[in-house]
Design a binder for this molecule. Structure first.
Ligand code: ADE
Length: 245
């Protein structure tokens, strides 16, 4: 997977992309991340990338010309990129969108800044506007890092074979069950007996029920679209009515 990131602050990316799984994936050639400084494409002496909004109002708007020049330079090499603009007004980034984006050949991510980006950038170049949540950050750079990280996990070979995106929270529409590792007791708190039993069928059933309980407690909205058996729906109903624990 190829990622091109267009930003006014390329220095922000050096930490997150030079550690751990993303670093290894890049070294192994499974992902290719290129950073492009939008300011390099500004035509004037001062490398101006933003300007005051037409119509007045607070803040600055990212100019269309440097962005257009930067996007076109990148696209000359990577014709098939899907173009994403990170912005709080975009559609919500979720696991379904992650797996959809992971099927693309290349992603071109524009990091929005200031009060926004000239609307003509969106009209001319952008396929999707994406928000990572209902809050406003100082810019889209952190959102771009989130997108690269989450999408990379879906690229075959990026996660070790022991690890897998198939058992993630959300992969079956539920939150993940609780995990434990040694020691078997810590400050008087033990590990659920069933996990020490070696009975894989019972362990699987316990985990599934824990996932259902957690999802009901924390994100009941997910249950509407989760893939559940009739028995599991009955179990949830009993839990919700306080007849089960
Ligand atoms: N830029 C500022 N806030 C953002 C958000 N929540 N998602 C994506 N880009 C952003």
């Amino acid at each position: 997977m190829k990622f091109d990131i267009l930003t006014l602050f390329p220095g922000m990316f050096s930490g997150p992309f030079s550690e751990s799984i993303i670093k290894r994936a890049a070294e192994d050639g499974l992902i290719d991340i290129r950073l492009h400084d939008i300011r390099d494409y500004a035509a004037d002496r001062h490398k101006t990338a933003d300007d005051a909004p037409y119509g007045g109002g607070a803040g600055m708007v990212m100019k269309v010309e440097p962005l257009a020049a930067c996007i076109e330079a990148v696209r000359a090499e990577r014709r098939n990129s899907r173009v994403i603009l990170t912005t709080p007004r975009g559609k919500r980034f979720d696991q379904a969108l992650v797996s959809e984006l992971a099927n693309e050949e290349a992603l071109l991510i524009i990091c929005g800044r200031y009060e926004g980006v000239d609307e003509r950038v969106r009209e001319l170049f952008v396929d999707d506007e994406v928000s990572i949540g209902d809050f406003v950050m100082t810019g889209g750079e952190l959102a771009a890092m989130v997108i690269v990280d989450a999408v990379s996990r879906f690229i075959p070979g990026v996660l070790g074979s022991a690890d897998s995106s198939a058992s993630d929270s959300f992969s079956d529409g539920l939150l993940e069950y609780p995990q434990y590792t040694r020691p078997a007791e810590f400050r008087g708190r033990g590990v659920p007996e069933v996990l020490l039993s070696g009975n894989h069928r019972e362990i699987a059933q316990w985990r599934r029920r824990q996932a259902l309980q957690r999802t009901l407690a924390t994100r009941p909205d997910l249950l509407a679209t989760a893939q559940l058996s009739d028995k599991e729906r009955d179990y949830l109903e009993e839990l919700a009515n306080g007849r089960r624990s």
